[in-house]
Design a protein around this ligand. Structure first.
Ligand code: FES
Length: 147
């Protein structure tokens, strides 16, 4: 992947995303390895991680549920969806269920405003949500995750 970028450092964000998808989060070992391979310091890697909200140094659930509460979603019930998820999963913002299956995050606009309220689970979008539709989304992931 690195040869496709003008400098090694340019590959930092895509490399972090790839590693996070593989490992689940950006552990100290992953950060050291990436810093070494891209000829940057660990501090530079950590600075980039702290800038991007989609990057995390803490383990998350198998399914990361990101509920948008930005303006379009807010006026169409996004906060209700978030609270519904929190109640159903028994966790709050940035929390992870005890079984490691779900994490929950309140996020800014995810670019699905026309279909608000919207949520993203890993790389999948779920739109025009209602509490009932969100129940089905979570139940389907739960079934998939425990099979
Ligand atoms: S405001 Fe929620 S997707 Fe844009």
């Amino acid at each position: 992947m690195v040869p496709h970028y003008p400098t090694k450092r340019s590959a930092l964000v895509p490399t972090l995303l790839y590693a996070q998808d593989e490992v689940g989060y950006l552990s100290d070992e992953v950060i050291q390895e990436i810093a070494s391979r891209l000829d940057v310091t660990e501090l530079e890697v950590r600075n980039v991680i702290s800038y991007y909200s989609m990057l995390t140094t803490k383990p998350r659930g198998k399914y990361n549920v990101q509920v948008c509460t930005n303006i379009s979603c807010m006026v169409r019930g996004g906060e209700d969806i978030l609270h519904h998820c929190a109640k159903k999963l028994g966790i709050g913002h940035k929390g992870t269920t005890a079984d490691g299956l779900f994490s929950l995050e309140e996020v800014e606009c995810i670019g699905a405003c026309s279909w608000a309220p919207a949520a993203q689970v890993n790389y999948n979008f779920h739109e025009n949500l209602t509490p009932e539709k969100m129940d089905k989304v979570l139940d389907d992931y739960k079934k998939k995750g425990t099979q």
